[in-house]
Design a protein around this ligand. Structure first.
Ligand SMILES: C[S@@+](CC[C@H](N)C(=O)[O-])C[C@H]1O[C@@H](n2cnc3c(N)ncnc32)[C@H](O)[C@@H]1O
Length: 421
């Protein structure tokens, strides 16, 4: 049977497992650009219920621990038996080694990724219908952190802001992998044979590109970034920058999607917004960008250029008032933080900047020079971007090179529009 059909069949439940509810007005579609997506078969009105996925199908910190508990002699402190189905079956000898106190020290990313890798290796797993439809690593090849991990020299030709973002992600990934290796060796297992770095990368990027916000029980005392879940079927919904579907989590019913403020016609793709994200963010975290000029959240990060110009006293002043770093601009305006930093650069008496910070002054005396400074910075950025684009052209055409060209194109659009403006 086709893996998508198997997934739908699994979600239909059985005498023990609750059924998910999927509106007959939507179906799964597949294309080369956006992968799987959900599409309307007929008219859908505003706020119409579309999908409900019970907790038994959600993969997150709580459900993983609940499934592991079965193979161990510890008792998970959260009682969720009546709303999370755990299949009867054999004890897993690997999980039998897992100590609760050590598991509770893992983050959601570490635990869920480890569990996905181990479950994927089993010929029989409760989660198999879900795991079989997760994207392969090659489907997530748009994420530049993967290029960096593979030491692909083309990574160097990305805009600096994307390189910085991807390097930070890469460090987080490697640190998560190290923690999981330590966890496995602490419980007496051989990590390298059980969980290779490539397998862990696959699971980690699946979590990164498909996780949805869900608060974990307070008793687990986790960090904000641990509050996520994977949601089969709902994770086929692609991103659009404006509001489409709305999502909601019911403690009893599970994960619910309604059409929200947006009516759909037959053939329309169903979207929801992953957040107010720029193309650079979408590329780093999800491996795609929106078509040119379609993303209203695109901005240009000029932080390194401004930081280089600041003198010690000016940096201290900006740090003291929480205005150090994160200097951006869009096609038609610079951010307030950028304005403050550029005014600070021009002022000897820094007390004169405080009325601008407090909203008592518009900072008119600094505006002309600030604008000139930004123009100079943008010309430098344009020159660096042109140089990198020429180098990319010397590479054979590939998916990665096309993404780099698009990322530079986005920068050119903002710089040109701002300079003309
Ligand atoms: C939550 S999944 C959505 C379903 C996905 N298309 C699939 O085939 O499984 C997120 C991934 O979908 C793709 N995606 C989401 N929105 C997109 C869009 N507007 N354009 C292109 N790709 C998109 C990206 O690959 C992203 O990592």
């Amino acid at each position: 049977m086709d893996p998508l059909k198997k997934l739908v069949h699994w979600l239909e439940g059985d005498s023990q497992r609750p059924a998910a509810v999927v509106s007959s007005k939507i179906h799964i579609n597949k294309d080369d650009v956006t992968g799987r997506s959900l599409v309307a078969n007929s008219k859908i009105v505003k706020n119409e219920p579309l999908i409900t996925i019970p907790h038994s199908y959600l993969l997150n910190y709580v459900t993983v621990l609940k499934h592991l508990e079965k193979s161990t002699n510890w008792v998970f402190p959260i009682n969720c038996k009546n709303y999370i189905y755990i299949p009867d079956g054999q004890i897993d000898p690997i999980y039998a080694n897992f100590e609760l106190s050590k598991l509770l020290q893992l983050s959601s990313f570490q635990l869920v990724s480890l569990y996905l890798v181990l479950e994927k290796q089993k010929p029989e797993s409760y989660w198999k219908p879900f795991i079989d439809v997760l994207p392969s690593i090659s489907e997530l090849d748009g994420m530049p952190m993967i290029w960096a991990l593979q030491n692909d020299p083309i990574f160097d030709l990305l805009p600096n802001s994307i390189k910085e973002h991807s390097k930070a992600q890469q460090e987080k990934f490697l640190s998560d992998y190290r923690t999981v290796q330590e966890f496995l060796s602490d419980v007496g297992l051989d990590c390298t044979s059980l969980v290779s770095q490539d397998d862990f990368l696959w699971a980690w990027v699946c979590c990164n590109s498909r996780c949805l916000y869900m608060e974990l029980p307070e008793i687990l005392d986790k960090q904000l970034e641990d509050n996520f879940t994977l949601v089969p079927f709902v994770d086929f919904i692609n991103h659009a920058p404006d509001d489409h579907c709305s999502i909601n989590i019911s403690s009893t019913k599970g994960f619910q999607v309604t059409s929200g403020s947006y009516p759909y016609s037959d053939g329309d793709q169903i979207f929801f917004s992953y957040g107010a994200h720029s193309d650079e963010f979408l590329l780093c975290e999800y491996g795609f960008m929106l078509p040119a000029r379609c993303n209203p959240w695109n901005s240009l990060d000029i932080t390194p250029y401004i930081l280089k110009l600041l003198k010690g006293e000016q940096s201290e002043f900006l740090k003291k008032h929480n205005y150090y770093g994160e200097y951006t601009l869009t096609s038609d305006e610079m951010s307030f933080r950028t304005e403050i930093a550029l005014a600070t650069l021009q002022e000897k008496d820094l007390s004169k900047i405080l009325p601008i910070i407090n909203g008592m002054s518009e900072g008119a005396p600094y505006k002309k020079n600030s604008h000139l400074l930004v123009q100079k910075i943008l010309n430098k950025i344009l020159a660096a971007s042109k140089d990198k684009q020429e180098k990319v052209r010397r590479y054979p055409k590939s998916y990665r090179s096309s993404l780099i060209v698009q990322a530079h194109h986005n920068i050119n659009i903002i710089c040109d529009a701002y300079i003309q403006h």
